[in-house]
Design a protein around this ligand. Structure first.
Ligand code: DX5
Ligand code: ZN
Length: 228
């Protein structure tokens, strides 16, 4: 059984494997987990919802076989309703969907929430930097939604600069969360930006390039944690 990150309200570090060396993915995962990572963030991109293509269900499945770590899957695809069941089957522990994904956000999210929550997988909602907090409120009122992920870069690639303008939105969302819900941030998190996110009420911190781009991952994770 993977360690359940919802069991604690301590701040958690979630390295994004997008910045890992995919030819050595197992070693890369071992390295960050031994170095203090609390969960793994997996960015699924289809080249449509965002410009780039990353990886899909076969990689999620292989990672699932390889590790017991909690797999936090961030879905950046055009038709998540077609792929959510496959990602669940592949072994995702949590799946987060963008609230911008459809014209009828409420209906689409409700459908996805039904399908995913039925399997016991945790459901999350993601907001792009310019999307106001209010768009997520109806989803957050759903008892099955456990995570809200605020993008602090425009999604689509790693290595971009943190956008501090999303911090007031984090504060707004943090105030509204139930005790069984968590607030996560994704994009440009490093030792220089993580404290501002923490101060805005963020609990889970996705870090791609600041962890996998470092030669010594344990030191990189320790430097992030030292700021919390
Ligand atoms: C961006 C992805 C992020 C990305 C973060 O679309 O959602 O998870 O990997 O990378 P860094 O930490 O390098 O900004
Ligand atoms: Zn992500």
């Amino acid at each position: 059984m993977p360690t359940d990150p919802f069991e604690t309200d301590k701040p958690l570090i979630a390295p994004s494997i997008l910045a890992a060396d995919f030819a050595r993915l197992g070693d890369e995962i071992d390295d960050v987990l031994a170095g203090g990572a609390d969960l793994l963030h997996l960015d699924v991109m289809d080249g449509l919802f965002v410009r780039d293509i990353s990886f899909g269900t076969p990689v999620v499945k292989s990672v699932r076989k390889y590790t017991d770590a909690y797999l936090d899957v961030h879905v950046m695809i055009d038709r998540p309703e077609d792929y959510a069941p496959k990602l669940v089957e592949a072994g995702a522990d949590g799946i987060s969907f963008h609230v911008e994904l459809a014209d009828n956000v409420r209906r689409t999210l409700a459908g996805l929430t039904d399908a995913v929550a039925e399997t016991g997988t945790n459901v999350g909602v993601v907001l792009n930097p310019l999307t106001p907090a209010e768009v997520a409120f109806p989803a957050l009122d759903d008892e099955r939604v456990k995570l809200v992920l605020v993008m602090s870069v425009v999604p689509g690639k790693g290595g971009q600069s943190f956008m501090p303008e999303v911090l007031p939105k984090c504060e707004q969302l943090a105030k509204r969360l139930r005790s069984d819900q968590r607030l996560e941030i994704d994009g440009g998190i490093d030792a220089g930006t993580i404290a501002s996110a923490r101060n805005a009420g963020v609990q889970w911190f996705v870090a791609g390039s600041s962890v996998f781009g470092a030669e010594d991952r344990a030191t990189a994770i320790a430097e992030l944690k030292a700021q919390l």
